[in-house]
Design a protein around this ligand. Structure first.
Ligand code: TXD
Length: 313
């Protein structure tokens, strides 16, 4: 069987870790594309990873480029092209610059790999994935955004840290837009099958919900120059792997909604099944009135950004 081809558009902090993880997981050959000014940087990164393969014991062809012709025939495209946040910035502050970048990327992906499963990572996430789908015209099952896997991973990590238990035993779901209005659902969190509120006080649960909503900002403040990259890289690769290996994974992703959760025509983080068909299914959880109100509030924030994307695309 021929190797799969994975294209990473944007070879910065997240792109570099994604490339390393793709190689280590032997998901396929990897092309990393960046702007012409960064061609040396991406060629250098890919050569560096290639030179680690003899020690790591994995094989992949790794290409750094600024030429879109090199992405032709990709099975998966992951987009991180764009500016990251600096301390004091919100994700929406990136919209103006990043929507131009996403438009350029979308036009090229449409031209060179119209059959790829596309995972958008660039912020502000929910409006950037909306813009990408609008420009490419790709079907909704083949375009999704990565945020929920990361937000859920953060929530699970904080629960595991607090209880001093294996994070593998913590299951959770975080819905909504990727920003401070996201909707962690402690009601659906379990620790080894036991509901969270049986093993943790409400006060501590509330603190974890707040920390999860601000987790990206916490990292931005600590790093001082850029945003999280290890966990976003791992999270986006989990989605790529679900598609390439037809895992039918149940995870939270920004998916295009057409009536689900009472929302129509927007991308928002909801539980989905990802397999060989891309986003094969949107899982509809029955929410309480309060939870639905929080989701609607999160949509409001996303809608504001989408209006701006619509004006610019
Ligand atoms: O959960 C999530 N979705 C996220 C999203 C979590 C963390 C960070 N998230 C966002 O990902 C972040 O706010 C940024 O918008 C992206 C990428 O973050 P990263 O930390 O990797 O940023 P870098 O290191 O600045 O890398 C961006 C690269 C850089 O090399 C640029 O030269 C390149 O993008 N770039 C482009 N590549 C291709 N084409 C164009 N037009 C282009 N413009 C810039």
């Amino acid at each position: 069987m021929a190797r799969k081809k994975i294209t990473l558009i944007g070879g910065g902090q997240i792109g570099g870790i994604q490339a390393l993880m793709c190689a280590q997981k032997q998901l396929g050959d990897v092309v990393m594309l960046d702007i012409p000014e960064m061609e040396g940087m991406v060629k250098g990164k890919m050569l560096d990873i290639a030179e680690s393969q003899a020690v790591g014991g994995y094989d992949a062809k790794l290409t750094g480029t600024s030429d879109y012709a090199d992405i032709a025939g990709s099975d998966v495209v992951i987009v991180t092209a764009g500016l990251p946040r600096k301390p004091g910035m919100t994700r929406d502050d990136l919209l103006d610059v990043n929507v131009k970048i996403i438009s350029n990327v979308a036009n090229n992906v449409k031209k060179y790999c119209p059959d790829a499963f596309c995972i958008i990572v660039t912020n502000p996430l929910d409006s950037m994935v909306y813009g990408f789908k609008k420009i490419t015209g790709f079907s909704k099952n083949m375009v999704c955004g990565m945020a929920g896997v990361l937000d859920t991973s953060r929530f699970r990590s904080f629960v595991a840290m607090e209880l001093d238990v294996s994070v593998e035993d913590v299951a959770a779901t975080v819905l909504g837009g990727h920003g401070p209005t996201m909707v962690p659902l402690p009601r659906l969190c379990t620790v080894g099958g036991i509901p969270l509120n049986e093993v943790m006080s409400q006060e501590k649960i509330d603190a974890i919900v707040t920390r999860t909503r601000e987790a990206g900002t916490e990292i931005v403040k600590l790093l001082g120059n850029g945003s999280a990259f290890f966990s976003p890289a791992a999270s986006s690769l989990m989605m790529a792997e679900a598609y390439l290996l037809d895992k039918k994974s149940v995870l939270t992703a920004a998916a295009y909604l057409e009536g689900e959760y009472g929302i129509d025509g927007y991308y928002l983080g909801v539980p989905v099944v990802i397999g060989a068909g891309g986003v094969e299914k949107i899982v509809e959880v029955k929410l309480t009135g309060d939870e639905q109100a929080l989701l609607d509030n999160s949509l409001k924030a996303v809608k504001t950004a989408v209006v701006e994307v619509d004006e610019r695309t």
